[in-house]
Design a protein around this ligand. Sequence first.
Ligand code: PMV
Length: 358
Amino acid sequence: MKIRASVPAKVILFGEHFVVYNKRALATALNLRLSVEVSGRGKDKSGYHLYIENIPSFGFQMELAEGKAQPFINYEGASSAIAYVRGAIEYLESKYGIEGGVEMRIKSDIPLSAGLGSSAATSVATIAALRRYFGVDSDSGEPTPKLEEIREDAHHVEKAIQGNASSVDTAISTYGGYVMIENGEVKRLNLPAIDLIIGTIGCIPLGVSVERISELSLKTKKLVEAVKTRREAFKSVFEHIFNASDELTKEAILALEQRDFYRLGSLMNINHGLLDAIGVVPRRLSELVKLSQELGAPGAKVTGAGGLDELGGAGSVMALPPPGDSNGAIKIKTAMALTGALAMVLKTNAKGLIVESV
Ligand code: PMV
């Protein structure tokens, strides 16, 4: 028996960071997927044997004159992906008494540590595949994944490994579609699929120490803490910024329902400005946003935690394609790629968790 669970990447459209303070956020699933396959290991073999295939690397940088390439396969990111697999296994062993004796194969199109939900995707898919393999989901007839339980299990694992993670990533990986977080509650929304241009900066600048590189996997935590410190210093100002973000998310949902891309774009630009105001926009991500706006995107913003200049600005942005210009998205994607970003044109509203026997 072989079970495959696959889940989508996520992108936060509005309200990242502000969601930590109970303001609204809107996120959606992208058509990039991660899958976990579980099968038996053959007789007498216990434990878990893990293969990780094609997790997108972050490329490399080099000074041509020096001729020395600095690799940038993101081993740190890969090892944090392993932490989520290990966390999921330990959790399932203690909760459901599963016992191992399996091969696990993980394949992913989702860049690591980029704000696109790779860690939640790893947790949700690992949990869903193991639950089905060990019969946790099959008390009667044809097993169907118990989405609510899987999401809760995965959120437990996320919190155990990452500390204070909001429920947005695991919700999107599990349900797909669109999700709004309101007062900490997850609400699934029915909104139209749209195209988005996603630009990811993954390279670490030359000469950065190994310790710094390992900080990359703690980037979200660091940025959330930095926002907290700034908020304490400018409490009454931040109050307005946070409320403005809450209002933006509400208006954005209306604009998306009406497919009013100019209004949606303007709201994204304002959201980006607020993220800049709270200090999570590094130079390279700022440049990608400006470049998209200059090339006709009605809106562009940082998505996810943002980034830090001292970590090379690693992180992601998203841009709305210029309406009515069939080449507009490709132009922006190409321009982003020329700056060294990994650039993709993706669709929102992708399907959530799929579990199947293969
Ligand atoms: O970049 P990511 O995917 O880790 O996004 C973090 C989003 C935050 O709002 C900054 C934190 C959270 O837990 O919601």
